[in-house]
Design a protein around this ligand. Structure first.
Ligand SMILES: NC(=O)c1ccc[n+]([C@@H]2O[C@H](COP(=O)([O-])OP(=O)(O)OC[C@H]3O[C@@H](n4cnc5c(N)ncnc54)[C@H](O)[C@@H]3O)[C@@H](O)[C@H]2O)c1
Length: 383
């Protein structure tokens, strides 16, 4: 069968551009039934030598230094936005107006207002769109969704999640510029809330439904840092840590914590759900495992079971090796690409769409508003 080409224009050549490029290259080998095949057409970065080296390394046909050349190129079908957050809206809106499909990195935007312009643009243009909340596509997390949807947990009482890191403790670490754009509020929009909690919120609402209202505290432990672009010591605008609790629409309580000051933790994303008849928990550091407590088990053998999610009848795992063999972080991106390609064949949305990701923006903004006003805030989420 000759495949339809999906010609990709990649913007950015950093961390995420690598994970996505790897995904485009591998998806056809492991999902041979798909009608479309990605073609790595053009990559964009601002530094000519670096972007050309990236194109060579990952197999892009060409490299450009202005993202508009990708958006305006008739030989490109889909634009993949892997730039820092401040560029997501401008690029996505231009790509939508040019009729391109869009795969945009998370968080969708810096603010709800900005996110809405993006939702409006893709919906007006009628172009296929998705946001890379890739943790949904880790097989153990997808299995958690199946268990929750099966009703096995019964009424849900609690949802808790953490995303802990430790890379900004050093007060000498500058803010802004290449590699440190996450420390600059103008570019990132927020700190851990948009960067890390956005992932936790997306997974949480996918598993447990809409978040109704929030009460949050944030802290910026290092108040001033040298800005790499201005070479001046400037106020730090981002949240270094954020703790919030919330009500979900289903009546359960949520508790979330994220920080870049948890010494010893690099990327400890964990979540746990407690229901009337059972509980689930998951840990990114052991990502193939889902732990499940089922109160309906016979009492003599009742206890937490540790499910190694590697069997062929578990989500996505029939595509990989043989039962018992693990996969990793990078596979979540391959799965999202496979689902995106399948969504084209089926004429369905590839979740989370811009509209779904905008709901996460609403929660993020309510969190920051709650922290600054020291009061509960309604999110306005429609899930
Ligand atoms: N899904 C996830 O788990 C995940 C993980 C990390 C980052 N992200 C998101 O991915 C996006 C990129 O993050 P990253 O970690 O890859 O950052 P990065 O700093 O590694 O890469 C950013 C890239 O954007 C390029 N860039 C900056 N300005 C540009 C411009 N004007 N034109 C063209 N290219 C430009 C940079 O040169 C760099 O190649 C962010 O929105 C981030 O929040 C998502």
């Amino acid at each position: 069968m000759s495949k339809k080409e999906l010609r990709i224009g990649m913007i950015g050549y950093g961390f995420m551009a690598r994970t996505h490029s790897n995904g485009y290259r591998k998806v056809g080998n492991f999902f041979p039934e798909l009608e479309h095949k990605p073609v790595l057409k053009t990559v964009c970065g601002r530094t000519k030598e670096k972007v050309e080296a990236f194109a060579e390394q990952w197999g892009y046909e060409s490299a450009v230094t202005d993202w508009k050349e990708i958006v305006e190129n008739d030989d490109i079908d889909a634009v993949d936005i892997c730039t820092p957050n401040h560029l997501h809206a401008e690029i996505a809106i231009a790509a939508a107006e040019a009729g391109k499909m869009i795969l945009c990195e998370k968080p969708l935007s810096r603010t709800v207002e900005e996110g809405q312009t993006m939702v409006d643009a893709v919906e007006k243009a009628g172009v296929q769109n998705t946001v890379w909340y890739n943790y949904r596509r880790i097989p153990a997390v997808t299995l958690a969704k199946q268990v929750v949807d099966s009703g096995k947990l019964g009424k849900i009482f609690h949802y808790r999640a953490n995303f802990l890191q430790d890379w900004t403790i050093n007060p000498e670490l500058p803010q802004g510029g290449e590699a440190l754009w996450r420390m600059d509020k103008k570019v990132a929009g927020s700190g851990v809330t948009g960067d890390l909690l956005a992932h936790c919120i997306d997974t949480a609402m996918w598993l447990n439904g809409g978040i109704k209202d929030v009460s949050a505290v944030t802290e910026t432990f290092v108040k001033e840092r040298l800005h790499q672009e201005t070479n001046k010591v400037e106020k730090v605008g981002i949240d270094d840590a954020c703790i919030f609790h919330c009500h979900f629409d289903n009546g359960s309580l949520g508790q979330f914590e994220s920080t870049r000051y948890a010494r010893g933790h690099k990327a400890l994303y964990t979540f746990e759900i407690n229901g009337e008849n059972g509980s689930l928990r998951w840990d990114l550091h052991d990502l193939n495992r889902l732990e499940f407590f089922n109160y309906e088990d016979e009492s003599e053998v009742r206890g937490w079971r540790s499910i190694h999610v590697t069997d062929g009848d578990q989500p996505y795992m029939d595509k990989w090796w043989v039962p018992g063999l693990s996969i990793g972080y990078e596979h979540s991106f391959i799965h999202q690409i496979a689902d995106f390609l399948e969504s084209l064949e089926k004429g369905k949305p590839c979740n989370p769409t811009f509209r779904d990701a905008q709901e996460t923006q609403k929660v993020c903004e309510a969190i920051l508003d709650s922290a600054s006003s020291k009061s509960w805030k309604e999110t306005g989420v429609e899930w």
